[in-house]
Each structure stands twice: as structure tokens, then as C-alpha cells.
Design a protein around this ligand. Sequence first.
Ligand code: IMP
Ligand code: MG
Length: 175
Amino acid sequence: MKILLDENQVREGVSRLAREVTAQYGEAPLTLVGVMTGSLVLVADLIRQLSMPLRVGVVQASSYSQGTERGPLSIDTGMVIDLAGRDVLLVDDIFDTGHTLEKIVHALEQHGPNSVRSAVLLSKEGRAETSVRPDFSAFPIPDAFVVGYGLDYRDEYRNLPYIAVLEESDLGEGA
Ligand code: IMP
Ligand code: MG
């Protein structure tokens, strides 16, 4: 595994996101919705750098896949808190093709929010297949499979405090 962003770089990126989000919303109330499970660590760090009145909810996104290839995406908004009339910030770990973001933004819009914006830690360059783009993104990264700081490979590596590129030799069989 090769470290792409070390702990300090990740911390600086999260602070940058927090400053940009604060510049956007000021002290207006915000409802942050984290995409589980990948945004778990980012949400925990980001919310402690935000000082506006803040509500936090989660939405579950899962694709029926095991490895680095992803299958059909299913969105479960059953755990979402009340979004009617709220300014909503959707938070995910990484923007890749954009299908996840597009689908979740659409699902949240059904709940009558005042606005929906999105923030991600990482954006893979040149991979977008949809017209949606994250409003806030801390780092553009090359097209590689990354793990750590919430991001997983087969549900492992989420606990790494840095972002690493998973190499061929790290991939288990069937990937
Ligand atoms: P998209 O729908 O293609 O934009 O993919 C976004 C989702 O795929 C994220 O929420 C991640 O869960 C997952 N994903 C995309 N790229 C990676 C990666 O490099 N490592 C781990 N998960 C990834
Ligand atoms: Mg995810």
C-alpha cells in the first residue's frame, strides 16, 4: 500500500472543507447528512470544526459488490432526519463517477429541503459520468482505488488514519 495523503494532509483538507462550508452558510442552521459507511470518519472530524447550529443525519448507500468494481446502487433514506425547509449538506468520502451523489441528492430532494449541496474529501479526476459535481471537495486525486479514513476495500481498512492507494498485490482473490 502506498500513502497518498498522510494524516496531516487529511487534517488540513478537512479544515479547508470546514472553512469553505462556513463561508457558504455562515451561522445559518445547517443539516448535515453523511453517506454511510464511507463518510463516518470525515463526518466525525468535520462537524467538530463547524460552529453553526447543526443537525446530523445519515443515509445508507450500498452497492452489491465485493471488490473494487461496483454493482447496482441502493439508497436507504429510512434513517434520514426531517429535511423539510432545511439547508442540507450531503457529505460523502469520495466522488468517482457521480452516480451515488446524483441518486442521493435526488432522494433527499423528495424530502422538501430548502437547498441541497454536497461535500466530499476526495474527487477522482476525469471519472465523472453525470452532470452533478460536489460543491466542496478537499482533494482531486488520480484514478486509483484508495482506502483509509473511512474508505474501504471489502469493508476493511476504514480505520487507517491516512489515505492509501491499494495496489494489485493488496487485492484479494475475486477482486
Ligand atoms: P460514484 O457513485 O462512482 O461516484 O462512487 C462513489 C462511491 O463509491 C463512494 O461513496 C465510495 O463508497 C465508492 N468508491 C469510489 N471510489 C472508491 C475508492 O477508490 N475506494 C473506496 N471506495 C470508493
Ligand atoms: Mg460510499
